[in-house]
Write a protein that binds this ligand. Sequence first.
Ligand code: SAM
Length: 220
Amino acid sequence: MNHIEKYKKYFTKEYLMGPNSFRLLDELIQRNPEDTKYKRTLDLGCGFALTSLFIAQETNAQSVVAFDLWVPASENYRRIKDSNLEDTIIPIHGDALSMPFAQEYFDAIISVDSYHYFGCKKGVFAEKILPFVKKEGYVMITIPGLKEEPKGEIKELFATWAEGDDAELFQTVDWWKALLEKECGDRCDITVKEADCFTVAWQEWFETGHEFGIRDKAFL
Ligand SMILES: C[S@@+](CC[C@H](N)C(=O)[O-])C[C@H]1O[C@@H](n2cnc3c(N)ncnc32)[C@H](O)[C@@H]1O
C-alpha cells in the first residue's frame, strides 16, 4: 500500500482543515529524505496532530512535539494515544510567537498549512522560529498561497473570499522568498516553490464536502 493511502481515513471534513495536509507534508519529507533530520521534530501549528502522527510514523523521528494554538493539547493527546504514539508525540498548547523551548533544540521544524497565520510579519522567522532549530537543522513550511498577485476584478473577488486582514495571509512564491531571504541573511539556504501536489491537495479538500472547502472551490 502507498504510505499516503494508510491515512485515507482522515481525508474527510472531520479531520482535514484545508488542502490535504498529508500530501503536502509527504512532499516536504520526500524532498528532504535523509533520516537523521527528523530526530527531534517540532510540528508547528499541528491542528489535530494528524501531521504529527504522519511524521512519527513515516520518518525516523524519535520525538515529535505537536504544538498548536486553536486545538487543546488534551484533545490531541487522546488522538495520539488512540494511535499508540504517546511515547513519541508530546502535545503542547501554545503560541508560535512565544514558544517555551530551549534554543537550538530541534533537528527539524515542520509547519503544514499554519505558518501564514503568524509568520507573514517581519522578524517572526528570524526571532521567533529560527532560534529553536539546530544550526545544521531544517525548517520546512508548506502553506496555501497565490500563483500570482491578484489584480483588478480578481483582487476585489479575492478580498470577499479572504475577508479583511486574512487577504494578507495569502502571498506568492516571490513574496515569501523575499521575506525569508531578508529574515535569514546568510544564516540559512532557502528554497521556495509551488508544491507539485497543488492540484490534488486542493481537489481532495474540496471532495471532503467541508463548508469552507465548498466555498473555496466556488471561489477558485
Ligand atoms: C488550517 S490549520 C492546519 C493544521 C494542521 N497543520 C493540518 O495541516 O492539518 C491551522 C493551524 O494553525 C494553528 N495556528 C494558527 N496560529 C497559530 C499560532 N500563533 N501559534 C500556533 N499555532 C497556530 C491553528 O491552531 C490551526 O490548528
